[in-house]
Design a binder for this molecule. Structure first.
Ligand code: C5P
Length: 252
């Protein structure tokens, strides 16, 4: 597998400062480990964080995470756990073995579920940081109302984040539109991971609460998650470099 270090010197695009690179997570929404092995060289060493989500994890299993970690990359394992507390606690223990740095669960699973997950993580030597997903970035008010939640997405994000904070969570996933508010509520040391990132002029796909990379960082994001705008780009290295350059400018 391509490693985090072995292709930087052959890059055809300008290098970028580590600050941006350490905050961009590329969502490997791919169907098999072979697709990952084919895709990584196309990034020309631009990225060092990858998200493994349900599609890839279900197809390839925990070894895909171990393989990425062994290649020097950091992995965000986006399993969005949501079950009874005992089952989620067990899943946190099982998922921790593969070396991921961050792992998601749904805040809507409730305070007891989040506490059980945190307690399970506390018993492990190298547990990933647990992140509570608030309201999916693909949900707008209409989609949320259809599930019986009559609040606006921003109100529901705040409710779930406050519940997560009270349960002891120190990391959240929300859209860029709620990031500034969550940063105010949660403080500087809480990790905010933001999907639904779309550079200006790029297709929204199924995402609804979107923002540009620069806006998400200015609002207080720690990490940006970008999938299709990089993975499905004709030239993924160029797409990543362009996003990193925008991030670099916003961070400066
Ligand atoms: O392709 P795109 O950039 O839309 O991918 C976004 C990624 O972030 C997907 O893998 C999706 O599962 C994930 N995600 C999200 N919204 C959340 C949490 C995770 O889009 N609230």
């Amino acid at each position: 597998m391509e490693t985090a270090h072995n292709s930087a010197s052959t890059s055809s695009v300008n290098p970028v400062i580590p600050a941006a690179r350490d905050r961009l997570i590329v969502a490997l929404d791919l169907p098999a480990i072979q697709s990952v092995r084919q895709f990584l060289p196309r990034l020309e060493g631009q990225c060092r964080w990858f998200k493994v989500g349900l599609e890839l994890f279900i197809a390839a299993g925990p070894s895909v995470v171990s393989e990425l970690v062994a290649s020097g990359f950091s992995v965000f394992l986006d399993l969005k756990l949501h079950d009874i507390p005992n089952t989620v606690a067990g899943a946190v223990k099982s998922a921790s073995a593969c070396g991921a740095s961050m792992l998601t669960l749904h805040a809507s699973g409730g305070p007891q579920m989040m506490q059980a997950a945190l307690e399970a993580a506390a018993t492990l030597p190298n547990a990933p940081k647990l992140l509570a997903v608030t309201v999916l970035t693909s949900m707008n008010a209409q989609q949320l109302h259809a599930t019986g939640v009559m609040q606006q997405p921003a109100e529901q994000v705040e409710l779930l984040a406050r519940m997560g904070l009270a349960a002891g969570m120190r990391g959240f996933v929300c859209s860029a539109q709620e990031t500034a508010r969550l940063r105010d509520i949660a403080g500087a040391d809480v990790t905010l991971v933001i999907p639904g990132i779309r550079p200006a002029g790029v297709a929204l796909d199924d995402q609804k609460r979107v923002a540009t990379p620069a806006d998400a960082l200015r609002n207080g994001a720690n990490f940006l998650v970008v999938g299709r705008p990089i993975v499905q780009a004709e030239n993924p290295a160029m797409a990543a470099a362009s996003i990193l350059t925008e991030m670099e400018a916003a961070l400066a």
